[in-house]
Design a protein around this ligand. Structure first.
Ligand code: ASP
Length: 398
């Protein structure tokens, strides 16, 4: 049986067990936690080694520049589309209308809105080992890029380092395969706990919000990703979504782009034919800065909160939401729930009450699942598009 089928079975059985057992299912949580820890264990060494090798294999500075340029352009454009879709849907469906909530004074602290200058300064790790230890993925990426570039300039001695990292990256890739064997059990436990503790009934008042976010994500994937993959990548969208479905489903379950990264990279290379070089560059970067699902969710949620409290959010306000959500999604870490924290930044930027965050928190996990799945699919779509334009996309017959 294919791994994806096993994961799906784990997912369905886990949901059923959770629904039957209820909150008492908590005892099974350690099984899920072990799986999550195994995945996070892979992240830093995998990102570092694969990026170092990735940079070295695009050692030609012209090529590196063009890959980086295309990747970042793709990320910004698709994210802007995502927020626009989120805002449109929020205006049409009006998920928060009729809630008639009344403000009782703001209590929560807003997340500090980082200035653009701070965002750039924070990219540079003052201590690479510290950045790795704290899981500051963006800083690890920056160090890996510098390191890989310097390595290619270090002549013969640099080559020895490169061959070490090639072996290292290959080992991490194998280790990913081993960890994935455990995925069906981890997914089973995680879903059982989620359904068991939240139950299906908590969803009712927020059904519209959930519907709006899910609809937005589907529209974004069906139109934007399919369009880009088929027009620029010359790949059938069916093949794309099918080949990548294992990673989309895993992201949906664990709600973490970083945690899904090892699997996303593997599937993009094995099933979609993206070269190792492009995948190693585009996907780790995307798992950190490219969050279309999160951006879309922030657009919908800003409107949800405004409607719930009867506050009018005009065109200017929505434009501000677009800009801050773009920045916020870049700064969102690829871990569960990070998007909710960054939502405070978006709400503050247009003066919406931060109680909105508490309101959404109850169903955030369900929204997180959809947005994370969209986040990783966007990275894969970008990998396909960039690989095609760089002549790095192989034909995979499957
Ligand atoms: N969980 C999301 C991710 O890892 C981030 C978010 O909370 O929006 O991609």
């Amino acid at each position: 049986m294919k791994l994806f089928q096993k994961i799906l079975i784990g997912f369905v059985l886990g949901a059923i067990l959770g629904a039957i057992w209820g909150p008492g299912i908590e005892w099974i949580r350690p099984v899920g936690t072990i799986f999550l820890r195994l995945l996070s264990m892979l992240v830093v060494p995998l990102i570092f080694s694969s990026l170092v090798v990735g940079v070295a294999s695009i050692a030609d500075p012209k090529k590196l520049g063009s890959v980086a340029g295309k990747t970042i352009a793709f990320y910004l454009v698709t994210t802007a589309f995502a927020i626009t879709i989120g805002l449109l849907i929020g205006n049409i469906i009006q998920p928060g209308a009729g809630m008639n909530l009344v403000l009782e004074g703001t209590t929560q602290e807003a997340a500090q809105t980082p200035s653009i200058a701070d965002t750039i300064v924070n990219l540079i790790p003052s201590n690479p080992a510290g950045a790795a230890a704290q899981g500051m993925v963006l800083q690890v990426i920056v160090f890996a890029l510098f390191f890989g570039y310097a390595m290619t300039r270090a002549g013969e001695k640099g080559e020895a380092v490169l061959s070490f990292f090639k072996g290292f990256a290959e080992t991490m890739y194998k280790l990913t395969g081993i960890v994935m064997e455990f995925a069906p059990y981890g997914v089973f436990a995680l879903i059982a706990v989620t359904v068991g503790t939240h139950g299906l009934s908590v969803l009712v008042p927020f059904a519209k919000l959930i519907f709006a976010v899910y609809l937005g994500v589907i529209i974004h994937e069906v139109f934007i990703y399919s369009g880009m993959v088929s027009i620029i990548g010359k790949m059938s969208p069916v093949k794309f979504f099918k080949g990548f479905s294992g990673a989309s489903l895993l992201a949906f379950t664990i709600a973490s782009s970083s945690g899904t990264l090892p699997v996303s990279m593997r599937l993009a290379q094995d099933n979609l034919g993206v070269s190792n070089t492009i995948s190693s560059f585009v996907q780790p970067l995307g798992a950190t800065i490219n969050m279309d699902g999160t951006a879309l969710y922030q657009g919908v949620c800003a409107l949800f909160v405004a409607q719930a409290y009867g506050i009018h959010l005009g065109f200017g306000g929505q434009l501000t939401v677009l800009l801050t959500a773009l920045l916020a999604s870049v700064g969102t870490a690829g871990v569960p729930g990070a998007g909710l924290v960054m939502l405070t930044m978006v709400l503050t930027s247009v003066g919406l009450p931060l109680e909105g965050v508490a309101l959404i928190a109850g169903v955030d996990r369900i929204l997180d699942m959809a947005r994370t799945s969209c986040n990783v699919t966007g990275d894969a779509a970008c990998a396909v598009v960039v690989a095609k334009t760089e002549g790095e996309l192989a034909e995979v017959k499957k």
